[in-house]
Every structure is written in C-alpha cells, then in structure tokens.
Design a protein around this ligand. Structure first.
Ligand code: MGD
Ligand code: MGD
Ligand code: SF4
Ligand code: MO
Length: 740
C-alpha cells in the first residue's frame, strides 16, 4: 500500500475514520434549550412515548420521531428541527417500522447445513457463532495469510467498526460502497476542483441536471432546495433519456444515452467562441484554459447534435441562458454515477463548465465549507500495519482511484477469471448485498461459489446472505445506538440514532458482533495488537469521545435527538479573489490534469462516439420514490404493497413494432442473462433505451415477500467498469425485448 497516492487518500484518512479533522467549522457555544419548538404531529397522538432518532431506510439519515405504544413502534414522523430533512419523511422512512417486524427477518445466528445456497440452516447460539467465524478466519489466515480475506461493506455510521477489524488482521482487500455508486463522480470532482462542492439550488437561476432524479431519488437537502429554486424562478433543465418526475418539473432534454460529454464539451465550445465565459474567474482560478480552448475548438453544437440528438440551436440557447444566469448556475454533480466506462472523465466536464461560467463561491452556485459540527475523534490503536498488496492489482491498474474502496468489478472478475495475485478464500460482508448490487449477477454468484467461507452480517436473508455459510443478525437501526451523525448542510447539527424498541430475537448491534468475533479470534491467532484490545470500548464511550468539545452531553442528546449549531451566514469571495486555493496540484480548478497525463489518461476529457447494437436497446436503471433498491426493501410488506414489482419501460413505437401491450409479461435478454418482467409502455422514454428500476427480481427464498417479484436488472448487465475509478458501469449493456 505504501506507494505515493495520486488521489491523496492515505490509509490514515481511510473512511474519514479520523473524523473531526475534516473540514468542519468550529461551533459557537449555544445551549440546546434555545432550539425551535419541536413537535408538529405528536400533539395529535394519544398515549405512547416519542423517541427521536435517525432514519436509515436510505442514505439520507433524516431526523425522525418514533411513537412507541406498549413497546410497539406504531408511527414514524419527520423531525421538523432537522436542517436537512426539515420534518419530511418519505414512504420508505415511515415503512421503516416493517424492517423491525418483517416476518422474514433473521433474528438468530444461522449456520448453513445444506449445500451452499440450498437454504438449509440451523439456529446457533452467539457463542457457537463467534467460534465458527473465528475458526474459519483463523484457518484461512494460517493457510493463506490474512490478505486472503475479502472484506466488504457499505457506507454507514457503523461501517468503521467492521472495517477496523479488517484493518487489524490485516487485509488490504476492501470492497466498499462507492465502487457501486459514486466513485467516478468523486474521482472526477476531486481531480478537477479538489472535492465535491455543495450546490446552492435554492438561489440558483439555472439548474442543469444530468440524470440526477431529485424528486424520486431522494438526496437531502437537495430535494427541498431544488423545489425552492424553481419557486424562486430558476430554470431547470433535466438531461435524461427518460422523462423522470424531476424532468417534469422543468425542461426535459431526451439525450441519446452515453453522449452527455458531447453536450458538455459543445456547451464549453459555445461559451468560449461567443466569449460568454467569465474571463476574470478563469484567469484567477483555473489551470489550462488555452489547452481547453484548442480542445473544444472543433466540438461545435452541430457536431454534438449528431451525437446527442439534441438540436444544435438548443445547445447554443442552453449555453447562452447559462451565461446570462451566471454565476447563479448549478450544473449538478449527481450522486449515482455508476453508468459508463468514461464516467470519471464525463464528471470532470461538469466542474469545468461551472468554472467557465465563474459559477463558484457565489450565491446560487457551488461552494465548499458549508456549516458542519466538528465531532471529537475516537482514539484508535496506532497504524499503519505491514499489509500485503491487494490481490487484484487495483493500485497499479487504477492509479487514480480511491484505493481504500477497491473496485468491485475488477476484484470480482479477477477472482472468477483466476488472475488474482494469490488465493482469495474468505469473504466477510457487512450490510451489503453484492449478489444483487453488482452487475452481471451470474458472475458474482461464481465468485461466491469459489469461496471457502462466507459470513454475512445482515438483518435479512438477502441474496448474498442466502449464499453464506453463516448469517449473523444485526439489530435494525430502530433497535440500536449508533455513532453520531454530523453532516455539512445549511446549518451544523449533530443527530443521534438510538434504540426506539427492544431488539427482536437475539439480534446484536455490530460493535457487539465485532467484539465477539475479536475475542474468539484472539484465542486462535496472535495479532500485532490483540483484537479485543482494539475493541475494548462501548458505543456509549465512542459517542462520548465524539461529543468532546460540543456543548451537549449524551443523555441530553438522546433525549432531544438533535443538537443544532448556531445559524451561520455563508460568506463568499475567498476563492474568487484567489485568497483560498483549491485542493488540486495547481491549487486551481484544473481544465487540464497533469496528474491524469502522468498516469497515461487523457489530460482533457476526450469524447468517443458510443458503440450501439442495431435492433437492440440500451438498458438503463435507477430509482422509484417509494422504494430503495437496497436495504431489503423489496421484502418490506408496506413498501411491497405500494410498489410490488418493477417493469421494463419501453417506448410505444417499439412496443407496436413488437406487438407488446401495456402490462404484458416480456422477456428481456442480453449476452449474459435473460429475465421475465412486465412491460410499461410509455412515451416517457426514448425508443433506443429501456429502463428497469433497480432492486427487484430477488432470488433469495428466505425473502418470501420479494422472491420472484419483478425483474433483476443486474442479471442482464455485462461486466464493465469506469476506466479510471472502476465504478461499475451499469448502462453499457444492450438488450433485446422479446414478446413471449
Ligand atoms: N443494476 C444496478 N445496480 C446498482 C444500482 C442501480 O441503480 N442499478 N445502484 C447502485 C447503488 S447507487 C448503490 S448505493 C448500491 C447499493 O448496494 P448495497 O451497498 O449492497 O446496498 P445496501 O442497502 O447498503 O446493503 C444492502 C444489504 O444491507 C442489509 N441491511 C439493511 N439494513 C441493515 C442493518 O441495519 N444492518 C445490517 N447488518 N444489514 C442491513 C440489507 O438487508 C441488504 O442485504 O447498489 C448499486 N447497484
Ligand atoms: N427513493 C429512493 N431514493 C434514493 C435511493 C433509492 O433507492 N430510492 N437511493 C439513494 C442512492 S444509494 C443513490 S446513489 C441516489 C441515486 O440517485 P440518482 O443519482 O438520481 O440516480 P438514479 O435514480 O439512478 O437516476 C439515474 C437517472 O439517470 C438516467 N440516465 C441513464 N443513463 C443516462 C445517460 O446516459 N445520460 C443521462 N443524462 N441520464 C441517464 C436514468 O434514466 C435515471 O433517470 O438516490 C438515493 N436516494
Ligand atoms: S429520504 Fe426517506 S428513507 Fe431516506 S432517510 Fe429520509 S425518510 Fe428515511
Ligand atoms: Mo447509491
């Protein structure tokens, strides 16, 4: 691991585990009592107790207030004091109740007795379960070394405990959430402007979205602020091959998929040619303008029109409108950017466009340094360790990726194709469902089958847990105390997630599970630092360390649910004037990246016309507002009632050609798989594209509500990853829709 990192991400900074050293602002002292009056809904409630906490049904962590009557969770509402969620809870947040009372939930440790995947299990005590896991890990460490263990998990407040255990073995082989979701966005933005900036949507005059579907794929507080922006008169332009509800709130630009970079390059061409760009900002704050100018000189709107199927006049008009609105423009960074093999380079073009417009460090545009509470750090054991190189050669193959996240596509393919540097025999999985979240599902299954040992720590018998040798049941987010949550946003705050009801069955919180494994493993193997010594603290102690320096104690925070920092007025101008530098090698926004050039990637994003398959459609996927692809939602009884199965969206003309009618079951076929799914015939999608909402088509027999409902997009998607970050590229596959 010891190589110089072009990403600048070091093992010390891993996961932000050194939280508190990040860009938080110091908070003024203000007593909690001074907060705005809390409740809204509970005034109408009769009886019961109200416990404030933090939602975990998706990534947003809204503030919630949970009403418990006689030990039963009856209602979840939003917490109006939360500066990001502002009292909102979506359908998923309210259906969180059913994650506790799900009849299929795993409530006891389960050990596989039949063949892998056959679904035969026996109940085990926790003592036996810890021994079982430790025996297997110790055996693999002894035979092949700790690096023979793959450690995979998805971002959450608790993930750090699981990852710490992996670090202390030590294994270098992590597979984390970013590589399924937003790694390419992060690489693109960090390379270009040193971070992913905040977007002041509420005060923007022009908002340009590429796919990002804020009215359905919730991302706080941007759902709220985008609507505020529109109310304040902003023009919203949504570029998407599909007319989402977000597109319906503005102008829909039905782009030919995978050609977005042609549009952004042509927009830059117009801004430069018509001298509409912000000359002062470009001179003070950017690097490589002359090279950019030459690079886009021939990339005319007429050229882009052929690629994107957006009329040239429209592209010119967009550039002019943006320039007229500048600097109050937001070209939105997006969140899920696991689309194509050129995603990092495409995402680079977004901050480049913003830089030309001078749309940074001004109201209505991008900025860094939004208010954030500065949490105290928990003092972990000393690192680094002497760790092996990764088995998948990730660091040399993807020199500019975030190496601590790993790359799911390349690591899975290396294992299945037999090109690993050494054997990979054990797989520990926490709060992740890779057998449904990674494209080319058949290939992922092969990876699972070649493991000697798989342990899944989950709340549900997910597709992945179903293939494990042992399932360790975690308590749901409504039954446990988690580390604190202090995001940046419109106002600094600290939120707490705490037990609202007692755990079902014998489920345990992750820290207790890790402690159990650590103790059992210490008895079987000698570690540099005994693992039980690493995990010798309680969650309460961890939280107390986080609260150090903040004017609130744990008990009060648990009672109130939130600590709000002072209201701060954002100040602008430090970057524009050149007083503050960007966190890039040149200290400026980089049109040209010498770092990319050095690593043999194009220093300026280069467009290539996508290859298409005649007679077939490009498959794209995404979200539904009442459903989270992840977290076992297809099995949630209430959400299932709202949205029981997904469909494949096809254009009416295509449907007519194939004789397919609305609601009819069809076959969708690609080079790697075939699924049955109902057709949704709609003019809201291009004729050359089909759409499938991700998260359905599950094949775990343990999930009786979800099993077999709808179609699994990931079984159709061919293996592909972004060239720079190895973020999975889920929209590279062409499919045939067949009438049955
Ligand atoms: N085809 C296709 N693939 C995609 C996407 C797509 O749009 N299309 N989207 C991608 C994106 S953006 C993402 S973020 C990933 C997400 O994919 P993952 O990272 O795998 O999703 P998660 O929901 O974090 O993890 C799901 C698992 O966590 C379990 N779980 C839920 N709550 C808890 C808990 O409290 N404790 C424990 N231990 N387990 C819990 C659930 O039962 C489930 O098995 O998928 C990606 N994959
Ligand atoms: N309700 C709900 N909210 C969620 C989630 C959820 O599962 N449910 N998940 C959360 C997570 S983990 C994430 S990452 C975010 C994801 O939120 P978003 O980043 O908004 O991602 P998606 O919903 O996947 O939307 C992708 C959109 O891109 C479009 N698209 C596909 N190909 C192209 C293309 O070539 N060009 C353009 N311009 N557009 C294209 C698709 O048609 C789709 O509408 O949502 C978060 N919020
Ligand atoms: S958006 Fe919905 S599911 Fe996500 S955290 Fe908020 S309430 Fe929960
Ligand atoms: Mo995601």
């Amino acid at each position: 691991m010891g190589t110089e990192r072009d990403t600048g991400v070091t093992r010390r900074g891993f996961l932000g585990l050194t939280a508190g050293t990040a860009a938080g602002v110091a908070l003024g002292m203000r007593s909690f009592k001074a907060h705005a009056a809390v409740p809204h809904t509970e005034e109408t409630w009769e009886g019961g107790t109200v416990i404030p906490s933090t939602c975990n049904m998706c990534v947003n962590r809204c503030g919630i207030r949970c009403r418990v009557v006689n030990g039963v969770l009856e209602k979840i509402d939003g917490d109006i004091r939360n500066p990001r969620s502002r009292g909102g809870t979506c359908a998923k947040g309210q259906a969180g109740i059913m994650s506790v009372y799900d009849p299929d939930r795993v409530k006891h440790p389960m050990i596989r007795v039949g063949k892998r995947g056959e679904g035969k299990w026996r109940r085990a005590s926790w003592d036996e379960a810890f021994e079982y896991v430790a025996d297997n890990l110790a055996r693999i460490i002894k035979q092949h070394g700790p690096e023979s263990l793959l450690w995979s998990s998805t971002t959450d407040l608790t993930e750090q405990f699981f990852v710490r255990l992996g670090i202390h073995l030590p294994t270098p082989n992590f597979a984390r959430h970013a590589t399924l979701c937003l790694a390419s966005r992060n690489v693109g933005y960090f390379a270009t402007m040193g971070g992913v900036p905040d977007s002041d949507l509420a005060n923007a005059k022009y908002i340009l979205m590429f796919g990002a579907n804020r009215t359905e794929s919730f991302q706080l507080p941007d759902n709220w602020t985008m609507i505020e922006g529109i109310k304040n008169g902003a023009k919203l332009t949504v570029v998407d091959p599909r007319m989402t509800y977000t597109a319906a709130k503005g102008e829909w630009i039905p782009i030919r998929p995978r050609t977005d970079m042609a549009l952004t390059l042509a927009l830059m061409h117009v801004l430069i040619k018509e001298e509409l760009y912000d000359k002062e900002f470009v001179a003070t704050n950017t690097h490589g303008f002359d090279e950019l100018k030459a690079h886009v000189a021939n990339l005319t709107p007429e050229w882009a029109a052929q690629e994107t199927e957006i009329p040239a006049e429209k592209i010119v008009a967009m550039a002019r409108e943006m320039a007229a609105a500048a600097p109050a423009v937001v070209v939105y960074p997006g969140r899920r950017t696991s689309w194509y093999t050129n995603d990092s380079q495409f995402r680079r073009t977004l901050p480049m466009l913003m830089a030309l417009l001078g749309a940074f460090d001004a109201p209505g545009s991008h900025s860094f340094g939004s208010p954030k509470a500065r949490l105290g750090s928990f003092e972990w054991e000393i690192e680094p360790f002497d760790v092996a190189e990764r088995f998948d050669h990730f660091e040399t193959r993807y020199p500019l990726a975030n190496h601590e996240d790993g790359g799911y596509v390349s690591l899975r393919d290396a294992i299945v194709d037999g090109t690993t540097a050494y054997p990979v025999k054990g797989w520990m999985i926490y709060k992740q469902n890779p057998l449904a979240a990674v494209l080319d599902g058949k290939k992922s299954l092969k990876m699972a089958q070649q493991m000697d040992f798989i342990c899944a720590i989950d709340v549900q018998p997910s597709e992945t847990a179903w293939m494990a040798d042992i399932i360790l049941p975690e308590t749901t987010y409504l039954e446990r105390l988690d580390p604190l949550w202090a995001p940046s946003g419109p106002r600094a705050y600290v939120g707490i997630r705490q037990p609202v009801v007692p755990p079902q069955g014998e489920a345990k919180p992750i820290l207790d599970i890790i402690k159990g494994v650590a103790k059992a493993l210490d008895a079987k193997h000698e570690f540099e630092t005994p693992l039980s010594q690493v995990f010798n603290f309680s969650m309460e102690e961890f939280i107390d360390a986080q609260l150090k320096g903040l004017p609130i104690d744990r008990q009060t925070l648990m009672q109130e649910g939130i600590w709000l920092g002072p209201e701060e007025k954002k100040s602008y101008g430090a970057y524009r004037s050149g007083k503050k530098q960007f966190n890039t090698p040149s200290g400026k926004i980089e049109f040209v990246s010498e770092r990319f050039r050095r690593n043999k990637f194009p220093a300026l994003p280069e467009y290539e016309t996508p290859q298409e398959v005649p007679g077939q459609q490009r498959l794209v996927s995404g979200r539904h507002a009442w459903f989270t692809h992840q977290r076992g939602h297809a099995n949630n009884l209430w959400l299932h009632e709202l949205y029981p199965e997904n469909e494949v969206w096809i254009h009416p003309e295509l449907a007519r050609q194939k004789g397919i009618s609305e609601g009819e079951e069809v076959l969708v076929r690609s080079s790697v798989g075939e699924i049955k799914i109902k057709a949704k015939v709609t003019p809201r999608i291009r004729k050359d594209t089909v759409f499938i909402c991700h998260g359905f088509g599950g094949n775990s027999a343990g999930q009786t509500t979800a099993q077999g409902k709808g179609g699994a997009d990931f079984m159709l998607m061919e293996s592909a990853g972004d060239e720079i970050s190895d973020n999975q590229a889920t929209h590279e596959t062409f499919v045939e829709v067949v009438k049955v």
